[in-house]
Write a protein that binds this ligand. Structure first.
Ligand SMILES: *Cc1c(COP(=O)(O)O)cnc(C)c1O
Length: 394
């Protein structure tokens, strides 16, 4: 392996992940970049100190550890650069704060991660930024909602509970034509299944907490940006001293090496389980982007090269008590927030109280599954027994 620059443009993703961001010659030959813990960086002369003449200058502004991950992610996302944040939500707020100023209007998909809404409705509202929600399936017709002061259009595809697919290229084209910033929460697909900037996103968010970590043991956010937006993103991150802990970044680099393997395995298992659930009489609809029953499925087929391990189902009408009896007795599926780890999770969810541009009225309770790396037959057994408990109550 050589550290010297060479043309990596023809490498497949799986190979790219093995080499991205590693410089063994700078680490005495060791394969991985270690955890650099540090605040102070020492300068040899007054002149260097005053001019900050060094590759690294202070802990908040990066270290070889953070630079390894930023470099790797930039390459993977096809971006001009990447900044790190302490969580996915911090990455979302950083991207929004990079794009807006007082007096602006922004358009946000009605299907976004709920804490994104809360950030818009509290912090951005307090700063004098108005948020308007739009139907995630709107496509190019978003043009009619853009105002002269619209500075950002925020997308999330698919929505991480309700799974509507968005027409990112069409919406990003409108944003470009109108001078607004196209921001995409790309956590579900990761750049492996949906290269965000090639599809028109100016800034793309990844909650590294999910598949990049893959082990439910860290919190991390990444924002990548194209040429037009990276310097402003970087300056904003610097002004906030936005940074991520070195141990978490190290673990994310470890996760990065197996991201392609884990994502493909999660995809295979989730598709198997989704098709099995699709045949169950207790299930009214499966919301999995690779299944035709998912809203916007054709866009998944057109734009994505894979699906991950997260999907939802709408149950046929049943009481909440029956649903609770099903979930409370599960042995393998854990119940808890977040997703993308090695272990399977399930949660009930209900978007009806906060949707404003669309209505959410499923026939029965809705469940979201994050499928992990267990044997899928064991997972089916666990759910099969759960459906028995559900039917016993009705
Ligand atoms: C979890 C999640 C986030 C936030 O990530 P955290 O690291 O938990 O803050 C953002 N977007 C989506 C789609 C998520 O699922």
């Amino acid at each position: 392996m050589t550290d010297a620059p060479w043309d990596k443009s023809r490498l497949k993703n799986r190979t790219r992940l093995i080499y991205a961001g590693r410089r063994p010659s700078e680490q005495h030959g060791f394969v991985n970049t270690p955890v650099y813990r540090g605040s102070t960086v020492l300068f040899p002369t007054v002149e260097d100190l005053v001019k900050r003449k060094a590759r690294f200058t202070y802990g908040t502004q990066g270290s070889p550890t953070t630079q390894s991950l930023e470099t790797a992610w930039t390459e993977l996302a096809g971006a001009a650069g990447t900044v790190l944040a302490p969580s996915g939500l911090a990455a979302i707020s950083l991207a929004l704060l990079t794009a807006v100023k007082c007096g602006d209007h922004i358009l946000v998909s009605d299907s976004v991660y709920k804490p994104t809404r809360i950030f818009c409705e509290t912090i951005l509202a307090r700063m004098g930024v108005e948020t308007e929600y739009y139907d995630p399936l709107i496509g190019a017709a978003i043009d009619s909602l853009v105002r002269p002061n619209t500075s950002a259009i925020f997308m999330e595809t698919p929505g991480s509970q309700s799974f509507e697919l968005q027409d990112v290229p069409a919406i990003a084209a409108v944003a470009r034509a109108k001078g607004a910033c196209a921001i995409l929460d790309n956590t579900w697909a990761t750049p492996l299944f949906f290269p965000p900037h090639a599809h028109g996103a100016d800034m793309a968010i990844e909650a590294g907490t999910k598949y990049l970590s893959g082990h439910s043991d860290l919190l991390l956010g990444l924002v990548s940006a194209n040429k037009g937006w990276f310097s402003r993103l970087h300056a904003t991150a610097d002004a906030f001293a936005m940074c991520a802990g070195p141990e978490d970044v190290f673990l994310a680099l470890r996760g990065l090496r197996t991201l392609d393997l884990r994502l493909h395995e999660a995809e295979r298992q989730a598709l198997d389980l989704a098709n099995w659930l699709n045949e169950r009489p207790e299930v009214a609809q499966v919301l999995h982007p690779a299944l035709p029953s998912c809203p916007g499925h054709a866009l998944w087929k057109r734009d994505f090269s894979g699906s991950s391990g997260l999907f939802s189902v709408l149950l046929a009408p049943c009481s909440n008590k029956a649903m609770a009896a099903m979930l409370d007795g599960l042995r393998l599926f854990g119940m808890g927030y977040s997703w993308g780890g090695f272990e399977s999770l399930v949660i009930p969810f209900d978007c009806s109280s906060y949707r404003s541009a669309t209505t959410w009225s499923p026939p029965g309770p809705a469940l979201r599954f994050s499928v992990g790396l267990e044997d899928v037959e064991d997972l089916k057994d666990d759910l099969d027994q759960g459906f028995e408990r559900l039917r016993a109550i009705g």
